[in-house]
Write a protein that binds this ligand. Structure first.
Ligand code: HDL
Ligand code: ZN
Length: 431
């Protein structure tokens, strides 16, 4: 269909975006067969660490006392303070409401107990996963898989493999950001690293990486990095990236994902809610991209002030895939600014969003909110093109939308078999 009017254009874009199944390239969710480390349900939605941070502003409860409450008591305090005593207009509060609404809750009652009964009705993980992936129109989920996580490691060591809709990402923060402690654990696991960094240490850390790549089949290796991240650097992190991560990434074709700008635990008592951010130098990225042209890098940054530099860097290096409006940027005002900046500087060669969901049900709100914003921005950009007299075609718009929400990612990580357009049969995945 050739699009001639802006009204036709708006409808075509809205339909294409809503209908497009999403590959969510960064989440903290798990395949349903990973057991209770997959979180879902009303109390998990309400005790999301974003809301823990927000409730502390309206409550004089001591953080130590908050953590002594049960999950349900924490949820009820958050509901009382952030939803009943004050209107839930923050993005994280609105998210809870959008997810509950999507799951069929009647929000006019404001009756939390009834929501718990109605929504936590799914018999098990698999049932809730099927239900939420369908409601959110997400058909592929990339997890965050940390071999140093004591709950998760045994699941992999038992030979568990994720369902077809879930994909591993090998997360190596403890290795890169805390090697002084992690090297002792590597030794416990049979990796004979030396006290000082030497060839044997490099070989053993490389073996650790290749063992976990074999076990997980990860779509990328990932790390979150502080705003002070430097490279090259004569440090544990600098040496492991130089001697292990980059060679393994190049050899296997598995990209190295860096999430840069997080200042961990500025308020430690808040736990996951206690992290902060700062602007980072772009020089490590400039060095990596230019010095390692045969390596692929996936990057998101946490500071709003880094976004323009990152988008311009994307114009210089095609071995850089830019993704998402991460964490404190995942709010309408900033999603709007970042996404317009990226489309205007990089066209459609980005992955505009990921969910970072920690609770399964959040997929419903994270993607509803983002898709509405991205569809509006796409309309403005295509309308500008239409006004030049360039005819637009509905199938081409659907192609572009499939690239943004799915295919750009799978192509960049080298999994062409996962690339799909709306008129192609679904790959082997269950949904
Ligand atoms: O390091 C990360 O992957 C971050 O996304 C953190 O998990 C953070 O706590 C988060 O959930 N942000 O949305
Ligand atoms: Zn995350």
């Amino acid at each position: 269909m050739t699009i001639l009017s802006e009204d036709q254009l708006r409808q075509v874009i809205e339909d294409a975006v809503q209908r497009q199944p999403v590959t969510d390239m960064h989440t903290h969710l798990y395949s349903p067969n990973f057991g209770d480390i997959l979180l879902w349900g009303v109390d998990e939605l309400l005790t999301y660490h974003y809301l823990v941070a927000e409730v502390m502003r309206w409550s004089d409860i001591q953080t130590a006392d908050f953590w002594k409450l049960s999950k349900q008591e924490q949820a009820e305090l958050i509901w009382q303070k952030l939803f009943l005593e004050h209107s839930p207009i923050s993005e994280a509060c609105r998210g809870v409401l959008t997810s509950l609404q999507g799951l069929g809750a009647d929000l006019s009652t404001r009756d939390l107990a009834s929501y718990r009964e109605a929504i936590d009705q799914a018999s098990d993980n698999a049932a809730q996963v099927r239900r939420v992936l369908e409601l959110a129109n997400v058909d592929h989920v990339v997890m965050t898989n940390d071999p140093f996580d004591d709950k998760e490691r045994p699941i992999w060591l038992n030979g568990t493999k994720p369902d077809a809709n879930f994909h591993a990402a090998l997360r190596i923060d403890p290795l890169l950001n805390d090697y002084a402690n992690s090297k002792h654990r590597l030794r416990e696991w049979g990796y004979d690293v030396s006290d000082e960094w030497d060839d044997r240490s490099a070989a053993e850390v490389t073996r650790f990486l290749t063992d976990w790549i074999e076990r997980m089949d990860p779509v990328y290796m990932a790390v979150s990095l502080p705003p002070t991240f430097a490279f090259p650097e004569e440090s544990d992190r600098g040496r492991i990236i130089r001697d292990c991560i980059l060679p393994v990434s190049r050899k296997t074709g598995i990209p190295f994902a860096m999430m840069i700008g997080v200042k961990k635990r500025v308020h430690p008592e808040l736990r996951d809610a206690g992290d902060y951010l700062a602007k980072a130098s772009m020089e490590p990225l400039e060095h990596l991209l230019s010095t390692y042209p045969d390596n692929k890098f996936i990057v998101t940054m946490l500071s709003r002030e880094n976004q323009h530099e990152l988008a311009v860097l994307g114009r210089k290096f095609r071995n850089l895939l830019i993704f998402g409006c991460w964490w404190f940027l995942n709010n309408p005002i900033i999603i709007n600014e970042m996404t317009r900046m990226r489309f205007e500087l990089l066209g459609l060669s980005v992955v505009p969003q990921h969910s970072d969901a920690r609770v399964l049900d959040q997929l419903i709100y994270k993607w509803k909110h983002s898709k509405e914003l991205i569809a509006g921005i796409l309309f403005d950009k295509y309308a500008d093109v239409l006004r030049t007299g360039w005819p637009l075609d509905a199938a081409e718009i659907r192609r572009d939308v499939a690239d943004l929400f799915r295919n750009n990612f799978w192509r960049f990580v080298g999994r062409e078999n996962m690339v799909r357009y709306d008129d192609e049969p679904a790959p082997s995945a269950a949904l």
